[in-house]
Design a protein around this ligand. Sequence first.
Ligand code: AGP
Length: 606
Amino acid sequence: MCGIVGALTGRPAAPLMLDALRRLEYRGYDSAGLATIQDGKLHRRRAAGKLSELDAVVAADPLPGTSGVGHTRWATHGPPTVENAHPHIAGRVAVVHNGIIENYAELKAGLKADGVTFTSDTDTEVVAHLLDRAIRAGQTPQAAMAALMPRLTGAFAFVVLVAGEDDLLLAARRVSPLAIGLGDGEAFVGSDAVALAPLTRRIVYLEDGDWAVLRRSGVEVFRDAGVPVERREQISTVSAAMVGKGNYRHFMEKEIHEQPEAIAHTLNAVLDPGTGRATVPYPLDAPDIPKITIVAAGTSYYAGLAARYWFESLAGIATEVELASEFRDRDVVLPERGVTIAVTQSGESLDTLMAVRQAKALGQRILAIVNVPESTIARESDGVLLTRAGPEFGVASTKATAAQLTAFCALAIALGRANGRLSEERAIELRDALAGLPSRVGEALHHEARYVRIAHDLARARDVLYLGRGLSYPIALEGALKLKEITYVHAEGYAAGEMKHGPIALIDENVPVVIVAPTDRWFEKTASNVSEVRARGGRVILLTDAAGAERLGESDDHVVVLPTVDPVVAPILYLVPVQLLAYYAAVEKGTDADQPRNLAKSVTVE
Ligand code: AGP
């Protein structure tokens, strides 16, 4: 987490770095800061809180200079105060950093023993001191960096600015991502290519373990203690036009409304335009795969739970879904010739990346289902299936989830056809159902008044339960996660059949219970759960279709009637109401849907 940026330019650096930080704020927004060089000296401005606080500080006291570094923080070491905000400066060196220097305590103890005084609680400050001491001892900044890199452990990225060196930035990447941007007589660096999109689309991605020397004339890349390596320049697929909010209040609202396109684009990429069939990507194309293991975090994990139903029922393949953070710390047993699927929007979640590395070490072949083609997980996997949701900025994942579910469903259909488990007739029906989804999702978006009315209740509740069975269970989990992350209302998602084993004790007239219930093979059982909740005075909010509403709807106000679709694809459609209920509840409460407290979009710490 944390967003970092650096610029060597001919224009004032501060405004363009602030602009780039705005596109990185999804990575953290506890505090922010900038440092530049003017007349050989470092100048710094920092502020606690969101970037708008730093905007105000810089407007009141502008920063001179055409080269600099900037940071937006998600606190790991030390509270989000001005003192802990980056850049951290020691003597001639300013550092912005993302991730964790794991051996910082040992390095800090050594520096303290030598009489160094620290001004922050961060792990970052050791990097600034170590480089400054080496430079003061007569080493060039490049030599100081080469000597430092082998001494650091952890998963991190950082960028260094050195006083007196107006045409130099040093940048390092160990696990955490870093992209270098090349301009015309300018050079930039940022946590991702999106941050640099308005500045340049010519990108050099650093590989894990690389470090680089940037000058306005170009970049040199090294490994370890200074072995030069070649890294290819690429043209980023992200354009400046893709990174705004348009006419929407929040990125989240915009991204929810972009789901018809996200689904359609993902389908176009997965299905062969000639045959209409999905091609099974490597390494899933091998015959007789004994087991699929899906690893993921958060919402992506819930997409994996839905995928398990599809892989099992459409393709008859044994499937397990694992929270990446648990998987990587267990002595997991995986079968020979097994395939692990990593599903991730960002392709950078550290837990998922570590799970991928562990699965690889255990002999599994890896397929990544990922939304960012240049991401670390995409590059480290044996095969890649790209979701085509486009850049997602809202911390709460929405359109990327719809694209992940679409990709999984199309893949399960293709696997079912490939191993003969699914008839061609049924496969055609299901592909048609998928193809119809962009329109059905568009219709589901148009119940705004109803969503707002129900969200009004959710925003006032202390606890909310979400229930669903079978394919609706992951959507219940997702609904609860969306509500808690952006409204801070406590919510729990449960398998509807589990209610009687405990959560039923929570139900009274104050607890809204959102029930995800398309008419599918689980519907009758869920209908019984609806009665059980009502019998205990619980307030049911029913998400269903016309047949379900006719069977169960009591109060129109609390029923959302969605278009009728094939039950197999229903979870993709039922994402929409749970997302919009959470979104409008956040609007009602006045919480920041795009930047909820304590969260960051790309979680690159363990
Ligand atoms: C979703 O709304 C979350 N903010 C979060 O759970 C997210 O899905 C998770 O961190 C995984 O991210 P990834 O898909 O980028 O790996």
